[in-house]
Design a binder for this molecule. Structure first.
Ligand code: MRU
Length: 348
């Protein structure tokens, strides 16, 4: 398994994930053989990031199929429906989870299965396809973005959107990586991304290993650098982009977008089309996950607040489309008006 690949299928019917909660200090791989523990791994953020969660859910169904004791296709379909329902509840905001489960369901629910063996082969192949396509899509996003990045550029990035948040390679962080590999002089300013510190822990871990120059900054420092005129562009990932272009992403993204616009700095969202949800009209309809108080009261095992304080901990926010310069997808760069142009790209 490559150093940064988030998830892999092992031939004996095991799904292996790098435990992202332990990085960057320890590299630990966890093995899973059933959908219940895969769903728990998604909830607990062993694996996180919109595309990675989608691939994990698909492999959760492949595990169910591989280890089934069902005596025929109908019984297996019923077992998979149960697995689907549990996986669907593992996290609410990233649409890739539901996209991957819907794609798997349209295969699973075919009426013409003749044997369990056929189902095992086809369902595993579909999970592999979801994972492999994601890697190709990420690289296409990186290639499409090159035209937007000056030969010398300072780029602010929020959260982690690299290999670990996808299957391999990455979306917004993949753009930074590809720009560096193509010879551009890149300096990345990585928001540390409170409270789970995906930027300080995971993005920094990836860029360090890839030799991309970067500095970790606290989230509240981005305005300082934007106002000084030292930033050429901001690029972030997405958990859900809806039909009008409003975008849910890691908490703090909205603040960054507003300050970028106030300082005339382009703000780009990098998102595979698997993250675009044309069923929702605007960002107010997105279900925003509220996570545990302990993520805020503690850093690791260290409590930073007084005992028993009240905490609010939304994991994501919505950036209204008017703050987004463009959405970079594998099919091309989408500019405003997003409503028309997203509809066009999604129907191609
Ligand atoms: O809570 P997380 O770590 O799953 O949130 C991840 C993000 O917000 C990412 O920036 C987003 O999923 C894009 S992943 C390519």
């Amino acid at each position: 398994m490559s150093a940064f690949r988030s998830i892999e299928w092992l031939e004996e019917g095991v799904v292996r994930m790098i435990d992202q909660r332990r990085l960057p200090h320890e590299t630990v791989y966890n093995d899973y053989t059933n959908y219940q523990t895969v769903a728990q791994a998604i909830t607990d953020m062993v694996i996180r990031g919109a595309p990675a969660i989608g691939a994990a859910a698909a492999y959760g169904l492949a595990l169910t199929t591989h280890h089934t004791a069902a005596d025929g296709p109908y019984a297996l379909q019923a077992e998979l429906a149960q697995a689907d329902a549990v996986l669907r509840k593992s996290r609410p905001t990233a649409v890739n989870l539901f996209w991957a489960l819907d794609r798997m369901a349209s295969l699973i629910n075919r009426p013409d299965w003749v044997s369990i063996g056929d189902m095992q082969t086809a369902i595993l192949a579909e999970a592999h396809a979801i994972a492999q396509e994601d890697v190709e899509i990420n690289k296409a996003i990186g290639r499409n973005a090159l035209q937007l990045i000056p030969d010398e550029a300072t780029i602010i990035h929020h959260c982690n959107t690299g290999s670990l948040a996808t299957v391999d390679y990455g979306t917004a962080l993949g753009i930074i990586r590809m720009a560096h590999e193509s010879g551009k002089q890149i300096m990345a300013l990585l928001d540390e991304t409170r409270p789970r510190l995906q930027g300080g822990r995971l993005s920094a871990y990836e860029l360090k290993a890839q030799g991309v120059p970067f500095k970790v900054i606290v989230d509240s420092a981005s305005g300082y650098y934007l106002r000084k005129g030292e930033v050429d562009l901001c690029v972030v990932g997405a958990d859900r982009v809806v039909a009008n272009g409003d975008t849910a992403n890691k908490i703090g993204t909205y603040n960054l977008a507003v300050v970028a616009q106030a300082n005339g700095v382009p703000f780009y969202v990098a998102a595979p089309t698997t993250t675009i949800d044309m069923a929702l009209e605007n960002g107010d309809e997105i279900d925003i996950e509220e996570r545990s108080a302990q993520e805020v009261t503690h850093v690791g095992n260290w409590q930073i607040t007084p005992d028993e304080v009240e905490v609010a901990n939304p994991a994501f926010d919505v950036t209204p489309a008017e703050y987004i310069t463009a959405i970079i997808t594998e099919k091309g760069i989408v500019y405003p008006p997003f409503k028309e142009n997203l509809a066009k790209i999604m129907s191609d």
